[in-house]
Design a protein around this ligand. Structure first.
Ligand code: IPD
Ligand code: CA
Length: 254
C-alpha cells in the first residue's frame, strides 16, 4: 500500500536525522542569517525523492530545498519538507519533523509527518481519519480560554512581524497560554492530537503545511487562511488551524 511504503521511507530518513551531527553541516540560505539549511536537509530530500518516485513513478516532486518548484496542478505530486524546524535541528532541540504530502490534481490526498525523536508517525488519508502511531486522533474539544495557542513568527517576512504579534496578543488574551515550538508541521500535529487548541502563522510554504493541514482536517479540526478562506497547497499562505470548540470570531477585523 502506498501510505505504508511512504511511511517506511520517511522512517528510514528519520534514522539519518537521529545519527546526524547538524552543527557541523550548517549553511546560510540566500544570505539570510535567520534562514539556515544543513547538508542533512539536502541528503534527506534526495533520499525521499528517490524512494517516493520509486513508489509512484512519474509523480511530480516538490521539495523545499530545490531551486525551482514543479507545478502540482495535475496528476500526482509529492510535497516534501525534509526537515521542518531546521533551526531546532541545528540547536539539538529534538523538535523537527519530516513532512510529506501527496496530492492529486492539486488537492492533498495523504499527509505524513514524522518526529524521529519521539518516534511519532502522524498520518491521514482524505476521508479516512487521522492517526498517530496507528491510533485514531481527534482535535481538542476545549474552548480556547481553557486552551493553548501555538504560533509561528513568519520569521522570513519582516513586514509581517507587527501583525503577528498583534494577533498573538489577542490570542494570549483569549487563551490559557501561548507556545512557539519552531516547526509548523509539528504544530499542526499538536492541534490534530488535541494537545493544543489553536495555531496560526501569517505566511507558510506548502511544504510546511500541506501534510499537517490534512491531518488536522481528518482529526476533525478546521484549517483556513487567516481570513477564513480555503488554502491551496500550490502556493504560500497564512494558516489558521483550530479544534472543534474554538471560536475564532475575536480575530475578525484584527
Ligand atoms: C519553518 C518552521 C517554523 C516556521 C517557519 C518555517 P523550516 O520551516 O516551520 O516553525 O515558523 O515559517 O519556515 O525553515 O524550519 O523548514
Ligand atoms: Ca519548513
Amino acid at each position: 500500500m502506498i501510505l505504508e511504503e511512504i511511511m517506511q521511507a520517511v522512517r528510514e530518513c528519520g534514522q539519518i536525522l537521529l545519527g546526524a551531527e547538524p552543527e557541523k553541516a550548517v549553511q546560510v540560505k540566500d544570505g539570510q542569517y535567520n534562514n539556515l539549511v544543513t547538508l542533512y536537509d539536502k541528503k534527506v530530500q534526495n533520499e525521499l525523492q528517490k524512494q517516493l518516485l520509486n513508489i509512484v513513478p512519474g509523480a511530480h516532486f516538490v521539495g523545499e530545498e530545490e531551486d525551482v518548484h514543479e507545478s502540482i496542478a495535475q496528476g500526482t505530486a509529492f510535497i516534501v519538507d525534509p526537515i521542518d524546524g531546521t533551526t531546532n535541528f541545528i540547536r539539538g532541540l529534538g523538535m523537527n519533523v519530516i513532512s510529506v504530502a501527496m496530492t492529486q490534481d492539486g488537492a492533498v490526498e495523504m499527509g505524513i509527518v514524522y518526529n524521529p525523536y519521539t518516534d511519532e508517525m502522524f498520518y491521514a488519508r482524505r476521508g479516512k481519519g487521522a492517526f498517530r502511531n496507528g491510533k485514531c486522533i481527534h482535535v481538542s474539544e476545549r474552548p480556547l480560554h481553557q486552551g493553548l495557542t501555538l504560533f509561528g513568527s513568519a520569521l522570513y517576512y519582516e513586514g509581517l512581524s507587527d501583525r503577528t504579534f498583534r494577533i498573538l496578543r489577542l490570542c494570549f488574551d483569549h487563551s490559557m497560554d501561548i507556545r512557539r515550538f519552531g516547526s509548523a508541521a509539528y504544530d499542526l500535529c499538536l492541534i490534530a492530537t488535541g494537545r493544543a487548541e489553536l495555531f496560526f502563522e501569517l505566511r507558510l510554504q506548502p511544504w510546511d503545511y500541506a501534510a499537517g493541514m490534512l491531518i488536522v482536517q481528518e482529526a476533525g479540526g478546521t484549517v483556513t487562511t487567516m481570513e477564513g478562506g480555503e488554502i491551496s497547497p500550490s502556493s504560500p499562505s497564512s494558516v489558521l488551524a483550530y479544534g472543534s470548540n474554538v471560536d475564532v470570531s475575536f480575530l475578525s477585523g484584527e
